[in-house]
Design a protein around this ligand. Structure first.
Ligand code: ADP
Ligand code: GN1
Ligand code: MG
Length: 353
């Protein structure tokens, strides 16, 4: 089935002008769509159904957020789902591909790496606004689209399993990296215990706050996108995962490890923007331990990239054989830098709480 047929199910009367691959997401296939004689552009996505096995649940989660947000006046947007002419938000083609269409946020762009520190403040404001707006939503109303998505014990077990099978015989070459991660697993598991005891509360959070899931216009945050994983989680997931990319001077997959640095100014500005939105709603435990969130999330992503590498690169999109390995090495280096900056991070967070 071609794009024209697919889009015809959403807009039977519009004439297609252009469809082109767009963005740098690791999961779905994303296209920008332009029709003739209309200013409004669209984002068409083929949902990765190996990752999201139940796309209906993912759409329902998006609708939960969209319906609630649309009853309010917001200065930041989220993407709006477009319905097909028979009133569905998903279209399944005759090859069982599942498609979704949303509005393209006008004149917006995403970045994969911070270009200036003001963007860190804007990102903090954007992601902080998102989680603040979700405070009234009930996590139990959201489906868990990927089971145990940020559950550390699950990610560790997943890594252990691929180490055990060493399916593509890559283990010997990454022993040092495995040891690095193994050395830290016990202390990070303390956070999971606090989540399980409800000392760190479950809220509706975004769950995928890397910098390219936020859109800018004229250097201002204008939209929070990629709502595929929105739902139950803890504040640490969003705050920590955002610092993982915003606080890093290098790209997530930088090959030259010497370029990986901790951008303290960006860390401060992100924290300021984020905590201005949400600080007054955090409990004492969240405030006390927020400084550990960046290490936790960088660790989780680091072992997920490593597990995918050992498993033959089946989950994330990769562009070359060692792509997942490089991603994991960058996370390792960034964890070391976060560890060195732990005291400074604590002070910054205290200041903005
Ligand atoms: P993935 O789940 O694969 O990460 P995303 O939903 O994050 O897919 O989309 C990939 C990229 O496409 C984003 O990083 C962003 O650059 C762009 N994008 C996605 N949705 C929109 C939108 N509604 N308006 C403008 N750009 C978008
Ligand atoms: C994926 O979809 P995308 O590219 O925004 C992944 C995140 C990882 C991220 C690492 C559903 O995010 O969990 O943090 O890659 N999303 C899913 O770059 O697995
Ligand atoms: Mg994305």
């Amino acid at each position: 089935m071609d794009f024209k047929d697919i889009l015809n199910h959403f807009f039977p009367h519009k004439q297609l002008k252009e469809v082109k691959p767009y963005g740098n997401g690791h999961i779905n296939s994303t296209f920008k769509v332009v029709f003739e004689n209309t200013q409004q552009e669209y984002i068409l996505q083929k949902i990765n159904t190996s990752v999201f096995r139940n796309p209906d649940e993912l759409i329902q989660n998006h609708i939960n957020v969209q319906d609630f947000f649309n009853c309010r006046i917001n200065d930041i947007e989220i993407p709006q789902l477009c319905a097909t002419s028979d009133n569905h938000f998903l279209f399944e083609d005759n090859e069982s591909n599942v498609w979704r269409l949303t509005n393209f946020i006008k004149n917006s762009y995403s970045i994969d790496i911070l270009e200036n520190e003001e963007q860190a403040f804007e990102a903090g404001k954007g992601f902080g606004w998102f989680v603040k707006t979700c405070l009234c939503l009930n996590p139990n109303d959201f489906s868990e689209v990927i089971k145990d998505f940020h559950r550390l014990s699950f990610r560790i077990a997943q890594l252990d399993k691929v180490i055990e099978s060493d399916k593509v015989k890559r283990l010997t070459s990454v022993k040092h990296l495995v040891n690095f991660y193994k050395f830290r697993e016990k202390s990070l598991m303390e956070i999971e215990k606090l989540i399980d005891n409800y000392e760190i509360p479950l809220r509706v959070v975004h769950n995928d706050t890397k910098i390219n899931n936020l859109l800018f216009r004229n250097e201002k945050a204008v939209a929070v996108i990629d709502l595929d994983t929105v739902g139950s989680g803890v504040i640490f997931y969003d705050y920590g995962d955002a610092i993982r990319t915003i606080g890093n001077t290098a790209a997530e997959d930088e090959k030259n490890i010497d370029l990986v640095g901790f951008n303290l100014k960006a860390f401060k500005l992100f924290s300021k923007g984020y905590l201005q939105q949400i600080a007054s709603n955090l409990n004492a435990k969240e405030k006390e331990l927020l400084y550990r969130a960046p290490i936790l999330m960088t660790y989780i992503m680091g072992i997920r990239f490593l597990a995918d590498y050992l498993n033959g690169d089946i989950y994330y999109k990769t562009k070359y054989p060692d792509h997942n390995l490089n991603r994991s090495l960058v996370q390792k280096r960034f964890i070391e830098l976060l560890e060195q900056n732990e005291n400074e991070m604590k002070l910054v967070i205290q200041k903005y709480l």
